[in-house]
Design a protein around this ligand. Structure first.
Ligand code: FPP
Length: 263
């Protein structure tokens, strides 16, 4: 978290919020469903693609803030397997924005020691997007700070189907939960601790279905283009207030149960 404070002044509006975060209990992995670009544009009587364009700045801010906070993994849902149903112009704009983002952000990714990865059925993407992604992933492969996963042409069911097909192809006859995780696109990464969804929708939308089994969900009414550092810090503060029991009892409740007379 030191890197975050290096960049802030005590007079910053976020200072007290950032100070209230316990650096020992940060979520290792934050996953974000970036929703509300279309509504943001609609409210301004702009075309939907203007909302996607306005969605780049919060991507940049969230990536940099997570890097400075010391988060291990940030996974951003940029394009789902279902998003192909959108008008061609919108889909093409998303590819263009993705390429612009990657090209513009390379210096910042390198400077902030960020490793870029892409998860999803990437072979269906336009060649130019695949090339750009491949180059960026290669260029950042030795960075050791935050890993940013861009989920592109991603679907949780598609991911599980791909994993099962690979297991069958490799002749596996018996599996356990750990081996399923090993065949997912996120193999080797911690599961998300915190899942953020913007724009107030209460859905998981086929995102990281296996991995979010125990994620804490934070939904904000804020539309993605308005999501800023304050919002990110608020989500983390809220996450740290949760009592994560993973199906068990919280330590306090365990003590209370143990203190009960056994009769
Ligand atoms: C959902 O909003 C958003 C998307 C489908 C695309 C997300 C893309 C970006 C944030 C921009 C580029 C991304 C990167 C990684 C550089 P929506 O259009 O479904 O909003 P609505 O529900 O209000 O219509």
């Amino acid at each position: 978290m030191k890197a975050l404070f290096d960049q802030m002044q005590p007079s910053d509006s976020d200072w007290a919020l950032a100070k209230s975060i316990d650096p020992e209990r940060l979520p290792a992995h934050i996953a974000v469903i970036m929703d509300g670009n279309g509504r943001w544009a609609n409210r301004r009587s702009l075309p939907r693609v203007a909302g996607h364009k306005a969605g780049i700045a919060p991507v940049r801010n969230s990536v940099e803030s997570c890097a400075r906070l010391g988060i291990e993994v940030l996974t951003l849902y940029a394009f789902s397997v279902e998003n192909w149903k959108r008008p061609r112009h919108e889909v093409e704009t998303l590819w263009r924005l993705l390429r612009i983002y990657i090209r513009r952000e390379m210096p910042s990714l390198m400077r902030n020691n960020i490793r870029l990865a892409a998860i999803g059925r990437l072979s269906a993407l336009p060649e130019m997007v695949q090339d750009e992604l491949r180059d960026a992933v290669f260029a950042t492969r030795n960075n050791t700070g935050l890993q940013v996963n861009l989920a592109i042409n991603y679907g949780g069911r598609a991911e599980l189907t791909d994993a099962i097909n690979r297991m069958l192809k490799e002749g596996l006859t018996s599996i356990d939960e750990a081996s399923v995780s090993d065949y997912l696109y996120t193999a080797g990464l911690p599961d998300p601790d915190l899942l953020i969804r913007t724009s107030g929708e209460l859905r998981v939308s086929n995102f990281l279905l296996w991995q979010i089994a125990y994620a804490e969900i934070y939904v904000t009414e804020t539309l993605w283009p308005d999501f800023n550092r304050t919002e990110l810090l608020r989500a983390i503060v809220d996450y740290q207030k949760r009592d994560r029991r993973f199906g068990g009892l919280s330590p306090r409740r365990e003590q209370l149960v143990e203190a009960l007379p056994t009769r």
